[in-house]
Ligand binder design. Structure first.
Ligand SMILES: *[C@@H]1O[C@H](CO)[C@@H](O)[C@H](O)[C@H]1NC(C)=O
Ligand SMILES: *[C@@H]1O[C@H](CO)[C@@H](O)[C@H](O)[C@H]1NC(C)=O
Ligand SMILES: *[C@@H]1O[C@H](CO)[C@@H](O)[C@H](O)[C@H]1NC(C)=O
Ligand SMILES: *[C@@H]1O[C@H](CO)[C@@H](O)[C@H](O)[C@H]1NC(C)=O
Ligand SMILES: *[C@@H]1O[C@H](CO)[C@@H](O)[C@H](O)[C@H]1NC(C)=O
Ligand SMILES: *[C@@H]1O[C@H](CO)[C@@H](O)[C@H](O)[C@H]1NC(C)=O
Ligand SMILES: *[C@@H]1O[C@H](CO)[C@@H](O)[C@H](O)[C@H]1NC(C)=O
Ligand SMILES: *[C@@H]1O[C@H](CO)[C@@H](O)[C@H](O)[C@H]1NC(C)=O
Ligand SMILES: *[C@@H]1O[C@H](CO)[C@@H](O)[C@H](O)[C@H]1NC(C)=O
Ligand SMILES: *[C@@H]1O[C@H](CO)[C@@H](O)[C@H](O)[C@H]1NC(C)=O
Length: 734
C-alpha cells in the first residue's frame, strides 16, 4: 500500500534534470510551445511537489502525475488514469498553439487531451505550492489570468489540503476520490470517498455500498476519525488539533475541505508540512506518514461500532452463513482435507475484478473458504478443510476465512464447548498454556479464584481492556468464566517471553542488538499507549522480562497489562502472601510507601533496559560483583565513564555503540530516586528516537535492597493505595 517507486527516475537523474529543466521557461510553469518529456519535470516553487511522467512499479505504463518531491514518488494526482501511455512511446506534455494542454506520444501522433480551451488562447500551466496544477491564460503583459482548468477539480485518490470534496450544483461537478484499481494500476478502483452534504459526513463506498462513514460533522469534529499510526497512537482528542475541517455551502457549491492546523510533534521531520489523505485500493484512508484515518477494509457489514481504534463501519446485508467473528486473513500455506473433505478451486479470469471484489464474492459464497487476486480472482471452495500455515517463504499466500474467538467476552454457554474450557475441565494443563482454537493459536491464563470482584465488574473491566489495541500489547481475545474461576484468552506468542531468551546462555545470542533495540523501543511504545493514549490510563506495575512476550518476528508485546485493574486491591488481600509487583523492578516510592504512578512503571522500564543491554538478571550480580544490584552496577560503571562495560558480550558484533550508550543513559534517567526527576515514557520514546538530543545527566539512582523492599511492603498499608487503584496479585497457577 505504500508508494510505488517510479523505476524510470533515479535521484541522480532528478538532480541532472533540475538543471535541464531550465529549458522549460520556469521550473514550475509550462508555457505555450514548451515540452515536458519523460525525463523532465515541473517542480513547485516550494519544491514540495513535482509533476512529470510516472511509471508504476512493474509496469510499462506511463502517466502524467504529480508526486511528492521528497523521494517517495507517492503520486497525489494522475492526469490520465484511465488512459495509460506505453512508456517507450516517448510521451510529451505540451501546450500547443491551438490552446490545448495535451500529451502526445507514439509515431502516429496519438494524443491524450488534458484540457482544451477555445482555440487560439495563449495558455500556461503552473504547478502551485499546494500541488494544484492550474492552466491560466497569459495576458499580453505576461501575468497569469484566471484559472481555466485545475487538477484539483479532477481528484484521483488523494485529497490535499485545500482541495474540495463535494458537489457543485450549478455545473453538476462532483469532487470525489476514487481509489486505484490495485497497487500498480491507477485506473479507478472499487472505493470512493465522498462528502455527503445532507448529513455533513464523509463516506467511503465500495462499488456504491457505503462501507464507512465519518459520522456527522459537529463543531468541525468528525466523530469516527480514529487515527492510528503504525507504531504510535495519538490521543483521540488530537485530531482537531491537527486538521481544520470545514464544510462550505455557498454559490451552489457544497463541499468539505481540510487544512493542517499545526504540525503534530510526532510527525517525522522531513514530512512536516506535507499532508494528503490517500484512499488506497483496499479502501483504507491514511495520511502519508501520519496515522491511519479509517480502515474500511476491516468492515464486513456488521460493525456499526467497530473495534476500539477504528470506528465507523456501516451495516449492510449479509449472507446467513457468515457471522461477525469471521474475517479474511492473509496467510501462507494450504488446505488439508479432514473427515472426507472436498475442495476445488475456481478461477475467474475477469480482469475487471479487483481484490475487494474477490473478497466480496467469496464472502457471499457459503462454500468459499479462501481467495486470491491476480488477473481476476481465484477461490477455494469446499467443506471440511483445515488450513495449514506454512512458514516456508515460497508457500502460497492467500486470504483465508478465519473465525476469531469472540473478543466481546464469553459467557458460560459459549465457553462450554471451547477448547480452553474443555482442556481446563479435563485438567490437562494449569495457568499459562497454549491451545489451538479453530486454527488459531491462543494462550490461556487462569486467574485466581478469589479476585474479590463481582462478575459484572470483572466482565466490564475485561471488555474495556479487550478493546485496547496496540502492536506492542498482547491481544486479549476473550475470556471464560466458570463459577469462581476465570480464564483470559490471549493471542499466542510463538517466541515465548523475553526472559526465556535473555537469561538463557544458549538463547541469548539469538537476540542481536537490532532485536534488543526493537524490543526496547516497542516496549516503550506499548507503555506509552497504556499510560497516555489508552483512555483507561493503565499503570502496568509489573513490567519485567517475563511479561514481555515475543511474537514470531520477535516483536515485543506487553502482557498482563490491565490485570492490575481487574484485581482491585482490598483490605482482605493486602496482608496475604500475594506479591505486590516484583522485587528488582519496583520503584522505591512504590516498594516503600505503596505510592505508584506512571513513574513507577518508568522505573521498571529502566531496570528492564539494563537487563536487555547486559543480558543479566538484576540479582545475577550478587555473587560475581559483590552485593550490587544491576542498577548500582550500571551507575558505578557510568560514573567511571565505562558504561559500555555493561554490554552483554554476545552483542559485540551487532551492537550500535551510540544506541547502546543512549539506552544506558536513558535507563539511568528512568531509575532516578525521585519520581519527579524521571522522564515520562513519552520522553523516553523521543529520546530513543534521538529526537531529544540533549539528555539531562543522570543523578544518583535509587538503590533498593531486598530488605528495604520487604520492610517497605510490610509497612505499606492498604489505605495508602488509592481506592480506585489496584495492584497486580499473584496469579493462580503460574
Ligand atoms: C527530453 O527533452 C530534452 C530537451 O529537449 C532532451 O535533451 C532529452 O533528450 C529528452 N529526453 C527524452 C527521453 O526524450
Ligand atoms: C515491460 O516491457 C518489457 C520489455 O518489453 C517486458 O520484458 C516486460 O515483460 C514488460 N512488463 C510488463 C509488466 O508488461
Ligand atoms: C496585466 O493585464 C491584466 C489584464 O490583462 C491586468 O488585470 C493586470 O493588472 C496587468 N498586470 C500588470 C502587472 O500590469
Ligand atoms: C504567450 O504569452 C507570452 C507571455 O505574454 C508571450 O511571451 C508569448 O509570446 C505568447 N505566445 C503567443 C503564441 O502569443
Ligand atoms: C454528483 O452527485 C450527485 C449526488 O451525490 C448525483 O446525483 C450526481 O449524479 C453526481 N454527478 C456526477 C456527474 O457524478
Ligand atoms: C479553518 O479553516 C477555515 C476555512 O478554511 C478558516 O476560516 C479558519 O480560520 C480555520 N481555522 C483555524 C483555527 O485555522
Ligand atoms: C457547516 O454546516 C452547518 C450546518 O449547515 C453550518 O451551520 C455551518 O455554518 C457550516 N460551516 C461552514 C464553515 O460553512
Ligand atoms: C467482469 O467484472 C465486472 C465487474 O464486476 C462486471 O461488471 C462484468 O460484467 C464482468 N464481466 C464478465 C464477462 O463477467
Ligand atoms: C520465533 O518464532 C518463529 C516462528 O515460530 C521462528 O521461526 C523463529 O525462529 C523464532 N525466533 C527465534 C529467535 O527463536
Ligand atoms: C537487585 O539485586 C540485588 C542483589 O540481589 C538486590 O539487593 C536488589 O534488591 C535487587 N533490586 C534492585 C532494584 O536493585
Amino acid at each position: 500500500m505504500q508508494p510505488h517507486k517510479a523505476s524510470s527516475v533515479t535521484p541522480l537523474l532528478l538532480i541532472f534534470l533540475h538543471c535541464l529543466a531550465a529549458q522549460v521557461s520556469s521550473l514550475d510553469t509550462l508555457k505555450q510551445g514548451d515540452q515536458l518529456n519523460s525525463s523532465s519535470q515541473l517542480v513547485s516553487a516550494n519544491r514540495v511537489f513535482t509533476l512529470g511522467f510516472y511509471t508504476p512499479q512493474d509496469t510499462n505504463n506511463s502517466y502524467l502525475a504529480a508526486w511528492y518531491t521528497d523521494g517517495s514518488y507517492t503520486p497525489v494526482w494522475i492526469g490520465n488514469r484511465e488512459k495509460p501511455i506505453p512508456r517507450n512511446t516517448n510521451p510529451i506534455l505540451t501546450i500547443d498553439n491551438t490552446g490545448k494542454l495535451i500529451i502526445t506520444h507514439g509515431r502516429g501522433g496519438e494524443s491524450v487531451e488534458i484540457y482544451a480551451s477555445e482555440s487560439g488562447r495563449n495558455l500556461s500551466a503552473t504547478l502551485l505550492n499546494t500541488g494544484n496544477f492550474v492552466v491560466t491564460e497569459m495576458s499580453s503583459n505576461g501575468s497569469a489570468g484566471e484559472i481555466l482548468w485545475q487538477s484539483f477539480d479532477y481528484p484521483t485518490d488523494t485529497l490535499l489540503p485545500g482541495m474540495k470534496l463535494g458537489v457543485n450544483h450549478r455545473t453538476g461537478r462532483n469532487w470525489t476520490l476514487s481509489s486505484w484499481f490495485d497497487e500498480s494500476d491507477p485506473a479507478s478502483g472499487a472505493f470512493t470517498l465522498e462528502w455527503d452534504p445532507s448529513v455533513r459526513r464523509l463516506l467511503v463506498r465500495r462499488r456504491g455500498v457505503i462501507y464507512w462513514t465519518s459520522g456527522e460533522m459537529k463543531d468541525y469534529y468528525l466523530e469516527n476519525f480514529r487515527i492510528k499510526e503504525f507504531q504510535n497512537i495519538i490521543p483521540p482528542d488530537a485530531y482537531n488539533l491537527n486538521y481544520n475541517f470545514s464544510n462550505v455551502t455557498s454559490d451552489g457549491e457544497e463541499y468539505f475541505m481540510y487544512t493542517l492546523l499545526k504540525v503534530p510533534n510526532w510527525a517525522p521531520n522531513n514530512r512536516k508540512v506535507i499532508s494528503g489523505w490517500k484512499l488506497d485500493y483496499q479502501g483504507d484512508l491514511y495520511d502519508n506518514d501520519r496515522p491511519m484515518i479509517a480502515r474500511p477494509s476491516l468492515c464486513y457489514g456488521y460493525n456499526t461500532e467497530g473495534d476500539a481504534v477504528y470506528t465507523g463501519c456501516e451495516r449492510w446485508e449479509q449472507p446467513t452463513c457468515r457471522n461477525a467473528r469471521q474475517t479474511f486473513v492473509l496467510r501462507s500455506g494450504g488446505f488439508r482435507r479432514v473427515n472426507g473433505g472436498v475442495a476445488n478451486s475456481v478461477y475467474d479470469r475477469n480482469s475487471s475484478l479487483s481484490l475487494s471484489d474477490c473478497r466480496n464474492i467469496c464472502w457471499n459464497d457459503c462454500q468459499c473458504v479462501a481467495y486470491m487476486h491476480g488477473d481476476g480472482c481465484e477461490y477455494w471452495r469446499g467443506k471440511n478443510l483445515e488450513f495449514e500455515q506454512s512458514l516456508d517463504g515460497s508457500a502460497i499466500r492467500q486470504y483465508v476465512l478465519d473465525t476469531a474467538p469472540s473478543g466481546k467476552g464469553w459467557n458460560e454457554e459459549t465457553c462450554k464447548d471451547h477448547p480452553c474450557c474443555i482442556e481446563y475441565n479435563s485438567a490437562a494443563y494449569l495457568g499459562h498454556g497454549s491451545v489451538h482454537s479453530e486454527g488459531q493459536a491462543i494462550a490461556v491464563k487462569l486467574l485466581s479464584r478469589q479476585s474479590g470482584q463481582g462478575l459484572l465488574e470483572f466482565k466490564t473491566e475485561l471488555i474495556l481492556i479487550s478493546k485496547l489495541q496496540h502492536v506492542n500489547l498482547v491481544k486479549l481475545l476473550g475470556f471464560c468464566i466458570h463459577g469462581d474461576d476465570k480464564m483470559i484468552i490471549y493471542d499466542y506468542m510463538h517466541n515465548k517471553s523475553l526472559d526465556f531468551f535473555l537469561f538463557s546462555p544458549s538463547k541469548r545470542e539469538q537476540l542481536d542488538w537490532q532485536k534488543r533495540f526493537n524490543i526496547i523501543e516497542g516496549t516503550a511504545q506499548g507503555l506509552l499507549y497504556l499510560h497516555k493514549y489508552s483512555r483507561l490510563k493503565i499503570i502496568h506495575r509489573d513490567l519485567k522480562p517475563s511479561n514481555i512476550l515475543l511474537d514470531e518476528n520477535m516483536n515485543p508485546k506487553i502482557s498482563d497489562f490491565g490485570l492490575a485493574r481487574i484485581f482491585k486491591q482490598d483490605a482482605c488481600e493486602a496482608n496475604t502472601n500475594r506479591r505486590v509487583g516484583t522485587y528488582g523492578y519496583m520503584a522505591p516510592e512504590y516498594a516503600m510507601q505503596g505510592i505508584f504512578s506512571v513513574k513507577s512503571d518508568v522505573y521498571s522500564f529502566g531496570v528492564l533496559v539494563f537487563e536487555i543491554v547486559s543480558g543479566r538478571k538484576n540479582n545475577s550480580f550478587h555473587e560475581i560483583e559483590g552485593p550490587l544490584s544491576l542498577v548500582e552496577y550500571a551507575w558505578e560503571l557510568w560514573r567511571k565513564d565505562s558504561a559500555l562495560e555493561l554490554m552483554d558480550p554476545t552483542l559485540r558484533d551487532s551492537c550500535v555503540i551510540d544506541q547502546l550508550r543512549r539506552c544506558i543513559h536513558i535507563g539511568l534517567l528512568c531509575v532516578e530516586n525521585h519520581a519527579a526527576d524521571r522522564p515520562t515514557i513519552e520522553d523516553v520514546v523521543l529520546m530513543l528516537k534521538n529526537e531529544m538530543t540533549n539528555l539531562p545527566l543522570p543523578k544518583s539512582p535509587a538503590f533498593i535492597t531486598r530488605n528495604s523492599v520487604l520492610e517497605g511492603v510490610e509497612k505499606s498499608t492498604p489505605e495508602k493505595l488509592s481506592a480506585n487503584e489496584f495492584t497486580l496479585s499473584e496469579l493462580g497457577g503460574r
